[in-house]
Write a protein that binds this ligand. Structure first.
Ligand code: DC
Length: 227
């Protein structure tokens, strides 16, 4: 199997099932799960709360310097808990609106510089499954195994609606579909670290697969690549 210090990356568009799959795969490998989308969401929340326009470089730099992010590994099926300067913002960052805010701030070079450095620091010891948009292309180009997880936009919107409903949030299907399309477009067209598969990534389409099947498929690829 994999070296205990290996890094596995899972990139892909929003709603492809990255969180569930990354969490499940990390558990199977006894690795730590690194949710980098949560980090962009937390920075987005900090900027929003302070009404900072990312174009205002001086204020942005000051705000970023004061941000301390801590990720607390989830217990079982829970999401990663995120502490922003000690405050648990896990719930506040997991709204469709914060997804769009995160997508917007993630195009900023100063934000990416800060979070890329932090992500590499968190990955220093290895033994992680890192999920995001640029894990295999930019943050961990030397990762032992890279996946690009995708699913049709319709399926992703259906899953996201169900996920939100489970959290008590009712959102119209079309609204979710519009948000997904906008995020896909913005995340893949931005100049810096755009969403795209690494040249050596294994492409997995989860449209008609349940999470267990996707994890099994990834474990099989990992076993094959470690041979
Ligand atoms: O995975 P997510 O939906 O929680 O991510 C929220 C946004 O953060 C996403 O639309 C783009 C940005 N992001 C990024 O630019 N790079 C990453 N590695 C992870 C997320």
């Amino acid at each position: 199997m994999l070296d205990a210090k290996a890094i596995v990356t899972i990139d892909g568009p929003s709603g492809a099932g990255k969180s569930t799959i990354s969490r499940g795969l990390a558990a199977k490998l006894h690795f730590t799960y690194l949710d980098t989308g949560a980090m962009y969401r937390a920075v987005g929340l900090a900027l929003k709360r302070q009404s900072i326009d990312p174009a205002d470089t001086a204020s942005l730099k000051k705000c970023l310097a004061a941000i301390e992010l801590t990720l607390v590994a989830p217990d079982g099926d829970d999401d990663v808990r995120v502490l922003l300067n000690g405050e648990d913002v896990s719930q506040a960052i997991r709204t469709p609106e914060m997804g769009l805010v995160a997508s917007r701030v993630s195009a900023n070079p100063l934000v990416r510089e800060k979070l890329t450095a932090l992500q590499r620091q968190l990955g220093e010891k290895g033994g992680i499954v890192a999920e995001g948009r640029d894990m295999g292309t930019v943050v961990f180009p030397g990762a032992a195994c890279k996946f690009f997880l995708n699913a049709s936009a319709e399926e992703r919107a259906r899953r996201r609606q169900k996920q939100l409903a489970e959290k008590g949030q009712t959102v119209e299907y079309q609204e979710i579909m519009d948000q997904i399309s906008k995020r896909d477009y913005d995340d893949s067209r931005r100049q810096l670290a755009p969403l795209k598969p690494a040249v050596d990534a294994i492409l997995v389409d989860s449209s008609s697969m349940d999470p267990e099947a996707v994890i099994d498929c990834m474990l099989a690829s990992i076993a094959k690549s470690a041979r």
